[in-house]
Design a protein around this ligand. Sequence first.
Ligand SMILES: [Zn+2]
Length: 192
Amino acid sequence: MRPGVTGQDGDVAFAFVSGNVALDLVGTLQWRRTTPRDQLTGAVDLRRWIDEAGLLPGGPDDVDPTAFRRALELREAVHRLARDRLEGRGFDRGALGVVNEIAAAPGRRVELTAAGARVSGDTDAVLADVAAAAIAVLADRDLVLKECGRESCTRLYVDRSRGSRRTWCGMDECGNRVKAAAYRARRRGDRR
Ligand SMILES: [Zn+2]
């Protein structure tokens, strides 16, 4: 299994490579510019994503349709605000409203028990914390926010590498493929 990528056989593998859980959520709609593929097609997917993101072990007991819709709304609002920032625009007011409203709800509850930390909460609580993570990343102008260098990928991430030289969301999924394609193109050029 590749680092940062999870999923069992038959499941869509979620990636957690963005360095921020809200940006990871944005990444569940892949290939946004070309042939979008949505990894969150229903409540079951969202539950599994919440579990695999480490937000709530096992995921929430129940994801009702309203909470599922709210998760997608949050995802697209965070995407819009991140794009605004990447393109040097002011934040979209509607998207700000969505993120701030979801963040205003109470978040997950964390307790210390003899067995360690116990985290509990419903889907809305999880989404409140994801919205808070979005606010943290979007408010911090010192963080280097980037889109993957592979044209079709569209995944966003925080570049925390030294000198901010990270170009890809992940080497396996994007970096190596772009390099292999460039190598093939060069070889074709040589033969001409
Ligand atoms: Zn990528």
